[in-house]
Each structure stands twice: as C-alpha cells, then as structure tokens.
Write a protein that binds this ligand. Sequence first.
Ligand code: SAM
Length: 338
Amino acid sequence: MNDRLSRIEIDRDQQPPLIDAYGRHISYLRMSVTDRCNLRCFYCKSDDVRFLPKAEILSLEELDRVASAFVRLGVRKLRITGGEPLVRPGIEQLIERLGRHVAVGALNELTLTTNGTQLARHAAALAAAGVRRVNVSLDSLDRWNFERITLRDELPLVLAGIRAARAAGLAVRINTVAMAGINDHEFDELVRWCGDQGCDMAYIEVMPLGNSMEHYVPLDAVRGELSKHWTLIPIAYKTGGPARYWQVMETGRRVAFIAPMSHGFCTTCNRLRLTCTGSLVLCLGHGSNVDLRAALRAGDDADLEAAIRSAVVAKPAGHSFAAGIRPAEVRPMWQLGG
Ligand code: SAM
C-alpha cells in the first residue's frame, strides 16, 4: 500500500461529518456491487427477472472511488452487498483495495452480506483483506424448504461456505427473514444450529419490497415463541446497524431482531445505500434517490463529495411502509442493495 496515499486520506478525514436535515449522523454505507444473484428468493424477485446491462453498472474503480469519498466524509462502516456480491467478477480485488481504509483506521468495519453460496472460495481472501465479520442470509436449514424459498438447490454450498468462513476466522451472523407458514417451524432449530456453529443470528421482518407480504410475522411474536424454549436476555451489544440483540443463555450466542415494520428505527437511521448503478438511496422505503454516477464520471473527487453532501440533506424522515404496500417508486431489495 502507498503510505503517501494513506496519509492524504487520513488528512482528508478532517472534514465535517455528514449530517442530514434531522440531525442524524450518517456513518454507515451499504454499497451494492451488482444486481445479479444466483438465487431467486420468492419474496425478493421473480424467476424471470431481467438484470441490468453491464454498461450501466459501476466499474470496480468507480466503486472504490465512490466508497472512498464516503469514507472521507465520515462513513465508518461499509457493507458490500448486491444482488449477490460474491458473483461479481473482481470482487476480491475491490475488497482488498477497500481494506486499505481499515488498515489505516479510517474505516471501523468492512463487511459483506452474502447468500453464502460462493463463500467457500472467497473466505480466505476476505479475511486477508481486513473483513472480520460477514452476514450470511439463510432462511432454512432444510434442503427441500431452502429450494422452495430460493428456487435453487444450493443449501449444501451455503453450509460449506459458512464452514469455510468460520475456518478463515470470520465471525458469521446468520440472517433469517421470518415468514409465517414458510420457515416458522424452523425458528427453534435455527437458534440451536447457530449455537452449535458458533454463529450469532438475526431475524428480519418481511418488508413490502418484493413480491408479497402475506407471510409477514411481527418479530415480537417470534421472540415470544423462542422464549418458550430459550432463555433470552436483552443486551446492549451493537453492531452499528438496526439489530437489537438478546443473549441466548443456553447456547452462549446472540440472537438479534430487526423489525423495521413493527418497531421502526428511522429516527436513529445512520445509513445510506448505493446501488450498483451509482444511485444513492436515501431511504429504503422512499423513492428519493440521487444519481451520483454523473458526478462520478464527469467530476473530480471534490465534485463527488459535494454531490454526496447536498444529497444527504434530502434524506426523508422515515419510510412509508405503514400500509404494507411497496410505494410505486421503491425498488426491490436485489436492485436497491439489501
Ligand atoms: N445476496 C445477498 C444476500 O443474500 O444476503 C445480499 C442481497 S439480499 C437482497 C439482502 C437481504 O435482503 C437478504 O437477507 C434477503 O433475505 C433480504 N430481503 C430481500 N427482500 C426482502 C424483503 N422483502 N423483506 C425483508 N428482507 C428482504
């Protein structure tokens, strides 16, 4: 790594933080590197989904440049997502390059959300690049049910990916979308299995971002059911996102609940999303997007930073999911960067 470059990046860190019109400090960016995914989770996308032409997707250099601009503006947690981030060619090089911000202390955390199918071949490189923790989305431990949900028979690959990540020294949190009538009979088993694997886990409420809300279940109900079999103690542990954690006394691991529908957390939202086309999504539940690709391609870094600063001011107060219907202008998770 180039020492002079690191020093310049640290000096430029002295910029004022990104604060929106409601006084929220933006410190977390979720950056999508592709809209492509090798699974077809029924609640997220349809099987005949059409992905974007490659020309519309930001190059690896552009992704590095825009992420680095956010780091200079005070982002301290960077999550790489998609689509499925590990199907993007060159992803290891991008993450290795972004790892320089962790190495010089400009970024507290560089992390990744993945479906786990490609983890086995990337885990060691991720760990070497400075990734310490990954979230693996896994809605079922039953091969038949997994295929029913994802339309792909890939559970063995996911399990191998999780094992490889643990062997490479990565902490793994399993993220499970809680769905009544789909995987609710597996909730207990997931807690037990995560305990055995040494993984934390998080339950997530279905949001009106994909195909349907008919399987929605409020997470208070899930926690109530789990409490019948597990001793759950609320704890102050935080990972810089919206998850609220409980300690599972029997397993020694943590279980988190992310409940955007039943317990909105908009007033403390510290996040922005960047789609793989360079569109800055100010709120998951609003169509309020700002194109950064033009500033990225036409301007210098100062223009890009100015475009980010002026965009942040327009971050909406909160999402508009109350009716359980996806607002027409809001795109599904695989396009937004989940
Ligand atoms: N492919 C990666 C993965 O599987 O984690 C990253 C992208 S995926 C869109 C990110 C997360 O969004 C997954 O955990 C998925 O389950 C979740 N997701 C997608 N649609 C959702 C919805 N309508 N409600 C809640 N979570 C959703």
